[in-house]
Design a protein. Sequence first.
Length: 339
Amino acid sequence: MTLQVLRRSLADQRTGLVLLLVLLVVVFGSLIPTFFDDRFVVFPLLRDVATLTVVGLAQLAVLSIGHLNIAVGRMAAFGAMFMGLAYEQWHLPLYAGLVIGVAAGAAIGALTGLIITSSGVNSFVVTLAMDFALLGFVSLVYSELTTSAAFTTKPAGMQELRTFSLADVCVGPVCGTSAIPQLAIFAVLAMLAVGYLYSRARTGREMLMVGSNAVAAELSGIPVDRRIVGAHALSGGLAALAGFMLAVTSGSFTATIGSEFMLPSFLGPVLGGTLLTGGAVSIIGTFLGTSLTQVIRQGLTMLGASVQSLSISLGIILLAALSLDRVRQVISERKAVRR
């Protein structure tokens, strides 16, 4: 019995990611002693992992129904634009602006879902068109309303959120650790919410059924169009949250926020076990896949790798992840035939 449990654990993709992650951390730590520096390496690394995990969850939301969101980065910029407006033009506090930006991201995501369901056009084409439309719209707003192509007003609490760690959060005599940024709290909350949606809530389970077989889901009485719109709204809202986290990290709200989100948005979920064809997601796997890619990026950067080498490495990782996704799909289809 114990041997069977061990075999299942080793066969689990997340176990493999954990082992590979630990191995890479040990290797990079051995080659580069400063790799374990709390403030200058670990802290910013975990801050990036937190932001890109939320980006991965934004892509995971539409992957669950078998769709893609090519505009995930522009939706992050769209939501962040409303946050910048809230802080600079409307003088709202930090979290009020965050709520407005996330709502704006969810709204543009829902609009994308409505276009897909009403037109019947593939999600790739619609989100690609939305990406170009938002690129022009967001740039136009920044050029009209700002002088430096950025909203630079920092509401109270933003600077602390950027630089403070959990060591600065104390409950009685107990304090957190200096290596974990406070910004990671947003990623944890997003993971808990999305995890609950897909594991406990009826809406999330119906989204997965739509991803598995949309025709069968509709025949079963599931409101397929509403679930598609809901998945895209969730994707847009999470993208906007990631845009906020990136803006906090950089210190300002600019039109270029999210421009590098597309590749990481796929790497985390696909490496973690989320199927491109829909019907299966992995929230923990998304976090592990994102962590793995960021550790590789950080380690190679500290070893002196060029930007081109990093791009090649991440491209190879994505190609391997897509290959593994196809292998998993073939295996599951063969098992279904045997049954």
